[in-house]
Every structure is written in structure tokens, then in C-alpha cells.
Design a protein around this ligand. Structure first.
Ligand code: GUN
Length: 292
């Protein structure tokens, strides 16, 4: 078994990006500027957004963190999105999801200018991705593909089972892995809460991607010897041995499953850092495509 070390792989990408920023800086060119909107005080969202801002600092990007409390109106949030669209200093921005129930996520997502949509969630970017046109790819699926590419995981002709059909991960990833691309050509099965015989389907997979947010869902009996496992889950679970009282748990029962795998991502330190690295790649690109 080999660990698919997302932290180390992401560090390699961040080093490359830092070099690109330093070069731009030396040429007196603009430094990329990412803005992040965070609504409320959900622990997971705060952790992610803080990690995104920290990554900007390390690479040398500028960043702005815009916080609202849970009671912010849809109108006020929309006005901020429009303002960021029109702010030439901001190259790309994200609105951290989920949003409170009284706000229509799709309405907010669709208000983002596609050239600044570094999360790749706007229908224009998702549609272009589907048709192989240049587009921002959603950060988590793109990070997973990059992790597999940089660690030389063979995907062509493999049976890949994805657990979870979210708009952010499972759904776009199923399309990306099925494409005729370097990290693609998989035969993808996208499973969900209505899937029949889920265990059998997962147990037959060469590549398993778990993205449902259910700690320890993938157990030893569901994994074929030699399978590759990508664990997208990051649920906070109470853990009195930790200083902050919680630990991040993946969707895979790592302790009992790892020995059967050829490769497996840890949680934390697997997919999470790759998501952030992808966002940074998209931010640099957003500035370039706007001709800045
Ligand atoms: N919530 C969970 N993952 C993500 C992400 O990649 N981007 C945003 N904006 N929200 C998220």
C-alpha cells in the first residue's frame, strides 16, 4: 500500500505557483488576488476558507476574506458578488458553500462572472468543461485528477465507482474521468442513495472515490485487493484526544481498508490540500485570461 500524499503533491504545485508569482513580480506585473466570501460560522467552512487564505499568503497571492453573519440577505450577498465582478483588482473569487437556507445558492453562483468563477461552479464553466472547451474546472475534481496524474495512477480502461453525486464533486468528476483524456478513459459508475447493490458495485471497482460525508462508510468488505481509493470525506467527529475536541474523518474506514489498497489518500492530507492547490491554479489563470 502506498499513501497518495495530497499534502506533498499540493506543496509541489504551490512551489511552482510561487515561482510564477515571483517572476510576475520581478516583471512588475499584477499579483493574483483571490477573494472569498464566507457566510456564517460553520466550523468546516471556516477551516476551508482560512486554509485558502493561508495558501494565498504562502504563494504570494493577495487575498481578501469577506465575512457575513448568517442573517445576511440574498440581496446584500448578490450586491457583493456584482461588486466583485466589477472590481478590477480582484481576479477571481469564491462563495463558500453551503449558504444559509434563505439564500438561493444557484442564484448566487449564476451571478458570478464566469471569468472570475475560480471554483468552476457557474453553468457556463460546467458546460464548457463537458464539451472540452477551455474552462475553470471545479477545484476538488480537478485536484483529484492532478493528484492521480502526478502520482502516475493508471486510469485508462479502469472501472471507477464514485459514491455521491453532488454538484461540487461526484457529478462533475464522473464526467471528467469518463473523458478521453490523460487522466480519464475510466468506465465510471456514479452511485447514490438509490443505488441497488452498492456494496457489490464498490467491491468490483479498480478505483473507488468516496464523496458522501459519512465517516467510515467504505468498509474492508467493500474493497477489492489492489484498489485505488480516493477519500473526499472531511467530517468533524468529536475526539477528546485532540486539543480542539474534534478530528477530521474521511468516508473510508482507513485503519481496516488501507492494507488492501494499492494507493489510498489519507484524511487529512489527501484531497483537501489538492482542492486548495487547484483553486490557486485557477486564480492565476483567471488573471491571465483577463489579460492582466
Ligand atoms: N464547499 C465545499 N467545498 C467547496 C468548494 O470547493 N468551494 C466552495 N465555494 N464551497 C465549498
Amino acid at each position: 500500500m502506498e499513501l497518495l500524499d495530497g499534502k506533498a503533491t499540493a506543496q509541489g504545485i504551490k512551489d511552482e505557483l510561487k515561482l510564477a508569482v515571483d517572476t510576475r513580480s520581478a516583471q512588475n506585473k499584477k499579483i493574483p488576488h483571490l477573494a472569498a466570501i464566507l457566510v456564517g460560522n460553520d466550523g468546516g467552512s471556516m477551516t476551508y476558507v482560512n486554509a485558502k487564505v493561508k495558501a494565498c499568503d504562502l504563494i504570494g497571492f493577495n487575498s481578501s476574506l469577506i465575512k457575513y453573519n448568517n442573517t445576511v440577505s440574498e440581496e446584500e450577498l448578490l450586491a457583493k458578488v456584482i461588486a466583485l465582478n466589477n472590481d478590477d483588482e480582484i481576479d477571481g473569487f469564491i462563495v463558500q458553500l453551503p449558504l444559509p437556507e434563505h439564500i438561493d445558492e444557484l442564484k448566487i453562483t449564476m451571478a458570478i462572472d464566469p471569468v472570475k468563477d475560480v471554483d468552476g461552479f457557474h453553468p457556463e464553466n460546467l458546460g464548457k468543461m463537458m464539451l472540452n472547451l477551455p474552462a475553470f474546472l471545479p477545484a476538488t475534481p480537478a485536484g483529484i485528477l492532478e493528484l492521480m496524474k502526478r502520482n502516475k495512477i493508471e486510469t485508462s480502461g479502469k472501472d471507477c465507482v464514485i459514491i455521491g453525486r453532488s454538484n461540487i464533486v461526484g457529478m462533475p468528476l464522473s464526467i471528467m474521468l469518463a473523458k478521453n483524456t490523460e487522466i480519464g478513459n475510466c468506465t465510471v459508475t456514479l452511485t447514490h442513495s438509490r443505488t441497488k447493490n452498492l456494496k457489490e458495485k464498490v467491491a468490483a471497482a479498480d478505483i473507488i472515490i468516496a464523496a458522501i460525508g459519512s465517516p467510515g462508510f467504505v468498509t474492508e468488505d467493500m474493497v477489492k485487493e489492489g484498489a485505488v481509493i480516493i477519500d473526499v470525506g472531511t467530517t468533524r467527529v468529536a475526539d477528546s484526544s485532540k486539543k480542539n475536541g474534534w478530528a477530521l474523518k474521511g468516508d473510508v474506514d482507513f485503519a481496516n481498508v488501507a492494507h488492501k489498497c494499492s494507493y489510498i489518500t489519507p484524511v487529512p492530507g489527501g484531497v483537501g490540500p489538492m482542492t486548495i492547490a487547484s483553486l490557486m491554479i485557477n486564480t492565476l489563470r483567471s488573471m491571465e485570461i483577463q489579460g492582466k
